[in-house]
Design a binder for this molecule. Structure first.
Ligand code: SF4
Length: 449
């Protein structure tokens, strides 16, 4: 007796079945139709669904851990104590959007309150403890950028960012000075009298703030490079790097600007881009490779690293003593985002006469100026409060000078420095002074080279 005999008549569904065969059991005749009912086309995901699909795991990972270590290193949290503006909240909002509890309209304004300094990413135990093993890093900066981009795509704008980006688009440079003439015709005014060529294998890219406002910085950089015999030129037609637009969520505009700059470098035979501003450095090393993939094959070199190397090689020898009591302000995009904190200290230690009080605060613990991530455009009062807090820390070291390596930090830091009688000086300018160079230019948007 077979197994089938023992169990009675065969279950038609258990019999091997080939659709369309004549000997199929009658009971199955209707099955193919039933099984093959029309497959519903999945609807295209909405932009919100695309975002939550990408960031769901990271956001639940943060939301479920609940330790919130990041809050204490967050510069916005330090001055506001507002729980809605923490990295934890930024991730929790993504969870809420994923569950349909909140919409982008509900949360977009919270994401203004971030300088994209990256401290939270480093402080996060998910980065610290599992990162070593799994190469995992919490990416709050990217979450903030993605949600801001979703807001813009969904037509949810922050008023100051919207008009700032419209002006940038019109001028092809950031409107750093409001009504001061900022356009292609004036973008190289800072270099007057320095006799710099256009194009060539290496070009110096000068960010909008330095090109139009703090022109002493690019002048210092250019003259130091000339003293060392380092060959370079200027861009043929330089536009804003597009980084700030990308940080505020205006990604299409950022990509158009990037395309223009890349095409211009190609047209002048450029292979290497020298960068003095940490924000440009982030754009060129992180955003451009994402936009262009392998097409972006240029070398991007940070000026501070070049100067440290030239000093090491003996091609630059700072010898004019500078009698100042200084401390150093680590720009977030160099230190926390890129791990570059040694070279600036190398330069400072090579300058004779400086009394350098270093802070025991690198990586996640270093302070922020509040000048990044579009915060000064939309919330200048928060930027001012963060800069004031930064200067208080410097004042506690009893220094007379705070040295920075970021033109975008220097304006709010300088304003805060006036209140505590601390001079804010750019590291490139300080080095130029010790090399006996008369820099010229403006430190506050004034006229003249
Ligand atoms: S960002 Fe990191 S440290 Fe902050 S709450 Fe989330 S998991 Fe914790």
């Amino acid at each position: 007796m077979t197994q089938l005999d023992r169990q009675g008549p065969a279950d038609p569904v258990s019999v091997p079945f080939t659709p369309g065969m004549r000997d199929n059991p009658d009971e199955l005749a209707e099955m193919p139709e039933e099984i093959a009912r029309a497959v519903e086309e999945p609807a295209d995901p909405t932009p919100t669904e695309e975002l939550t699909a990408e960031w769901r795991n990271a956001s639940y990972n943060c939301f479920s851990s609940g330790h919130k270590f990041c809050r204490e290193v967050c510069p916005v949290m330090q001055v506001t104590r507002n729980e809605s503006w923490t990295p934890t909240a930024f991730h929790a909002n993504v969870v809420a959007m994923d569950k349909g509890e909140l919409t982008i309209e509900d949360v977009a304004a919270d994401y203004v309150n971030c300088t994209q300094c990256g401290a939270c990413e480093l402080r996060c135990p998910n980065t610290l403890f599992t990162g070593d093993f799994y190469r995992f890093r919490t990416r709050t900066v990217d979450v903030v950028k993605a949600v801001r981009a979703l807001a813009v795509e969904s037509g949810v704008h922050q008023p100051a960012w919207q008009s700032w980006n419209a002006r940038t688009d019109e001028l092809t440079h950031e409107p750093v000075l409001g009504e001061t003439p900022i356009d292609q015709e004036h973008v190289r005014d800072w270099s007057e009298g320095l006799d710099l060529p256009i194009g060539g294998e290496t070009v110096l890219f000068v960010d909008c703030e330095a090109a139009f406002y703090r022109t002493s910085v690019p002048r210092a950089v250019a003259q130091i490079l000339q003293q060392a015999g380092y060959e370079f030129g200027l861009m043929g037609e330089q536009w804003c790097c597009g980084g700030p637009a990308a940080e505020m969520g205006y990604v299409d505009q950022a990509m158009r600007f990037a395309r223009h700059n890349l095409d211009n470098w190609r047209s002048t035979g450029t292979r290497r881009v020298l960068v003095l501003d940490p924000h440009d450095y982030i754009s060129f090393t992180e955003d451009y490779p994402k936009y262009f993939g392998e097409e972006f094959d240029l070398e991007v070199v940070l000026v501070v690293e070049v100067f440290a190397e030239l000093i090491r090689e003996g091609r630059l020898t700072p010898s004019v003593p500078i009698e100042r009591a200084i401390t150093y302000h680590d720009p977030c995009r160099l230190n926390k985002r890129k791990g570059i904190w040694q070279e600036p200290r190398e330069i400072l230690r090579a300058i004779p006469g400086l009394d350098f009080s270093d802070v025991d605060r690198v990586t996640q613990w270093s302070y922020c100026s509040g000048g990044g991530g579009g915060l000064p455009v939309e919330k200048p009062e928060l930027t001012a409060a963060i800069s004031a807090s930064r200067l208080e820390k410097a004042a506690a070291l009893e220094v007379d000078t705070l040295v920075s390596a970021c033109p975008w930090s220097e304006r709010p830091l300088t304003e805060a420095g006036e209140a505590v009688d601390i001079d804010v000086v750019d590291i490139h300018e300080l080095l130029a002074e010790s090399l006996g160079i008369t820099v010229g230019g403006s430190r506050n948007g004034g006229a003249g080279a």
